[in-house]
Design a protein around this ligand. Structure first.
Ligand SMILES: *[C@@H]1O[C@H](CO)[C@@H](O)[C@H](O)[C@H]1NC(C)=O
Ligand SMILES: *[C@@H]1O[C@H](CO)[C@@H](O)[C@H](O)[C@H]1NC(C)=O
Ligand SMILES: *[C@@H]1O[C@H](CO)[C@@H](O)[C@H](O)[C@H]1NC(C)=O
Ligand SMILES: *[C@@H]1O[C@H](CO)[C@@H](O)[C@H](O)[C@H]1NC(C)=O
Ligand SMILES: *[C@@H]1O[C@H](CO)[C@@H](O)[C@H](O)[C@H]1NC(C)=O
Length: 499
């Protein structure tokens, strides 16, 4: 017997067939670079009223940005690390700024039930901001958790203090809480959680994961969120101090998005006197919007559209084998290599002596190859090709393999690797590649004035970083920044068992 389904049946069938009927292919993201109002350093802790007063001053500014982003249709906004209370605290002076942040499983809307877990004025205000503006809000604040002698790692003051990202959904519900794992060297006011936390949440515009600042240099939780849990977008509050030539915020964070083939919403604190500036909305094929301002003291809002599921997009870059091309090249023997320091690491350099050519420089197991053609060689500017294969041991211990083309700070070879922000030399063509032992390589192109070059270069599936038509401005550096995670020493907190 043949029967025609009733309209009701069709409706139910469609619902079952497509439970994500309201899912969005694209969404609008916002990040805010906030010029944080700092507390006066005090030797003794302030009262909780005074702490809240300072935090409300910062939240007043964030509120304007959130409203503006919502007006422009943003589905989600990310605000920076430390942007509610600032920095330069001791463990004791930070305490009045902290709140108890519950596990999101409790299903809590602080805006409608603020006292449920004790005083939580910051979470209440953030929740109301998200709810009243119908926007997902990502913020960074401090969590406190009591502990006692039954826990051998419990600090002597009887509680843990965590540098914490939280997410309020568009109803104001707490949907994510992440405790920063890789604390920066000066963050003595915080404890590290015993294990890296893998925090994700789902929305109609993709799956999100979050971590904080220094975390981006390490395998966990950052790489695991992308490779194993397959998030579409990383939410990344940071208070990033720029280090030229390779670790400037916009340069490195956009390169990480490309290398990991994931969206990254990077929101930096704005404080040029501490080299903190540079935020962006980064897609796997390049930056959609970014902001770098080393001059003014002003905050800045960025809004741009992204694919909800970049891996399903027709423009999603193909997977890259980072050593495939370079292993086919036979280096031509030459003299004149020299060494120099970049961020305390000793590189092997070779000068680009001619206007065009092919050059190889090796260190350890890594050989870097460059083919290039300058538009015109400038007499007073020196460029080198550099290679580094080793353990970086300064503000952290992490193993690097790096191939880099860069402009030296002056015509003196001894200045190669020192920070420089402007250049006059243009390249019509370059192809940079290396015999990497890792498949985690982040491609950087930084132009004169510390500017990015979205759409002006490509990464080929054989591992070449190329421009065919040149870049819009002169070149500061073109770099393949590789991380060989397996060669990292054990994590210091896990190793010693002391947070
Ligand atoms: C302190 O230890 C007791 C057991 O001795 C335990 O019942 C209690 O939950 C602990 N408190 C905290 C805050 O961990
Ligand atoms: C998100 O959705 C996917 C399938 O759509 C599901 O497998 C996953 O468990 C969900 N994750 C969370 C955190 O809800
Ligand atoms: C990458 O290419 C090299 C050289 O062609 C090959 O030896 C290696 O197995 C490839 N790596 C991966 C992960 O496919
Ligand atoms: C560089 O090498 C390529 C092929 O590998 C060759 O076609 C080109 O002529 C070389 N360029 C120079 C300037 O030697
Ligand atoms: C380079 O420019 C030419 C002409 O303007 C254009 O046809 C070509 O697609 C460009 N190539 C790339 C890789 O952008």
């Amino acid at each position: 017997m043949i029967s025609f389904p009733s309209p009701w049946h069709v409706f139910v069938y469609l619902l079952l067939l497509d439970p994500g009927a309201s899912a969005l292919d694209k969404y609008i993201a916002a990040v805010y670079e906030h010029s944080v109002v700092l507390a006066k350093p005090t030797p003794k802790p302030v009262s909780s009223e005074e702490a809240l007063k300072l935090m409300n001053k910062n939240m007043d500014v964030l509120e304007e940005a959130i409203k503006l982003a919502a007006k422009q249709g943003a589905h989600i906004i990310v605000t920076p690390e430390d942007s509610i209370y600032g920095f330069r605290f001791t463990r004791e002076t930070l305490y009045p700024y902290l709140e108890n942040i519950p596990d999101p499983q409790v299903d809590w809307i602080p805006c409608t039930d603020p006292k449920r877990f004790g005083p939580a004025p910051v979470q209440e205000r953030l929740s109301c901001l998200a709810r009243h503006n119908s926007i997902y809000l990502v913020a960074n604040m401090g969590d406190k958790k009591p502990c006692n002698h039954t826990d051998a790692k419990c600090p002597s003051d009887g509680h843990y203090q965590y540098n914490t990202n939280i997410v309020m959904d568009s109803n104001g519900k707490l949907v994510a809480r992440y405790h920063k794992f890789n604390l920066f060297m000066s963050e003595h006011q915080f404890d590290s959680p015993p294990e890296p936390e893998l925090v994700t949440f789902n929305t109609t515009f993709g799956k999100f994961g979050l971590f904080t600042c220094f975390d981006i240099l390490f395998h966990d939780p950052a790489v695991t969120l992308v490779r194993k849990l397959q998030v579409d977008t990383i939410l990344f509050p940071t208070a990033w101090m720029n280090v030229l030539p390779h670790l400037t915020a916009v340069e490195f964070h956009s390169a990480w998005a490309m290398g990991m083939r994931v969206n990254v919403l990077a929101s930096n604190t704005h404080r040029p006197s501490l080299s903190m500036t540079g935020s962006g909305i980064y897609a796997p094929d390049g930056s959609r919007a970014y902001h770098y301002d080393a001059e003014s003291e002003k905050g800045h809002l960025l809004v741009a559209e992204l694919d909800s599921h970049p891996s399903l997009s027709p423009t999603h870059p193909a997977p890259v084998n980072w050593s495939s091309y370079a292993t086919t090249i036979k280096p031509v023997p030459k003299d004149g290599d020299f060494t120099g320091l970049i961020f305390f690491d000793e590189y092997t350099f070779s000068e680009l002596a001619k206007e065009a050519g092919n050059l190889t420089v090796c260190q350890g197991a890594l050989c870097c190859h460059l083919s290039y053609k300058m538009t015109e060689k400038q007499e007073n500017e020196v460029y080198v090709l550099g290679a580094f294969d080793g353990l970086h041991e300064v503000e952290g211990n992490y193993y690097l393999q790096i191939c880099t083309l860069l402009k030296c700070a002056s015509a003196d070879q001894q200045t190669c690797g020192q920070p420089v922000t402007t250049a006059h030399t243009r390249f019509d063509f370059f192809s940079l590649s290396g015999t990497f032992s890792t498949n985690y390589v982040f491609p950087e192109v930084l132009l004169s004035g510390v500017q990015l070059a979205p759409g002006e270069f490509q990464v080929l599936s054989d591992g070449q970083l190329v421009t065919h038509n040149g870049t819009s401005k002169p070149v500061l550096t073109v770099t393949l920044w590789g991380r060989w995670y397996e060669k990292d020493p054990p994590h210091p907190y896990i190793l010693s068992g002391v947070p």
